[in-house]
Write a new protein. Structure first.
Length: 246
């Protein structure tokens, strides 16, 4: 099985939603194979189906002053922050294409596994925490686990969208705008803080794509020019190119 990997730069969140919509329809129609989109977003807060707006700590006025958008979306989970330095991944997979077909819980566990392995590539030991979806640093002694990657997915007609937010080198102070994923008793962290030396974003993208290939037993195929996969992606590719140096 082939796993297409599309790499974009920094894409506005609203355009990321349109990109996913286009890819989901194409995957459902069988015009493309399973595809992993890797990109970054400008600062934005997203509220999943189970989110409480009370978990946004900052006022609407302060968010507007900072230029932080807020989007209510159809993924699972609570409130999440996205911003520069965070690798966001949108797997557009047909769960029926795997043998046996993947269920929702198994699919999320496999995303966690791919990110756990990617962290290990940079010497950072991470794990799962029962009842708390995502990827966490290891606890030990008086040190509590910290969240390094958040996961929230949507599945309709067997096709997945949304996905994960992996903290590579974001400004962690921005997480003070929210109660991340509604969890008030744990901190967030990043590869930049946990790894020595801190890896470059490009190296992390490569590691994540490679580990997704391993976990989902697929051959990774990097699509250098997004319209080569789907002509409708020309606009998104142009936006990402325009934002590449921001």
């Amino acid at each position: 099985m082939i796993l297409n990997v599309l790499q974009f730069g920094r894409v506005p969140y609203s355009e990321g939603l349109e990109l996913q919509k286009t890819l989901v329809e194409a995957r459902y129609e069988g015009r493309i194979g399973n595809t992993l989109v890797l990109l970054e977003h400008p600062p934005v807060l997203t509220l999943g189906r189970n989110a409480s707006r009370a978990n946004i700590v900052a006022s609407d006025e302060f968010l507007a002053y900072r230029g932080v958008e807020v989007h209510e979306i159809n993924r699972g989970g609570d409130v999440t922050y996205h911003g520069p330095g965070q690798l966001v991944g949108y797997p557009i997979f047909d769960l029926r294409s795997f043998t046996p077909r993947l269920g929702a819980v198994e699919y999320v566990r496999m995303i966690e596994e791919a990110l756990i392995r990617a962290c290990g590539d940079f010497g950072v030991q991470t794990t799962r925490v029962a009842g708390r979806t995502g990827v966490w640093t290891m606890a030990g002694g008086s040190v509590q686990e910290k969240k390094i990657a958040a996961i929230g997915v949507h599945i309709a007609r067997g096709i997945t969208s949304h996905g994960f937010a992996f903290n590579v080198c974001p400004d962690l102070r921005d997480f003070q705008l929210i109660v991340p994923c509604g969890i008030a008793d744990r901190e967030v962290t990043s590869l930049e803080r946990e790894a020595d030396p801190a890896p470059a974003m490009e190296a992390v993208r490569n590691a994540v794509a490679r580990q997704f290939g391993h976990v989902f037993q697929s051959q990774v195929l990097w699509i250098e020019t997004p319209p080569d996969l789907l002509p409708e992606l020309a606009r998104a590719a142009g936006t990402a190119a325009a934002n590449a140096d921001l």
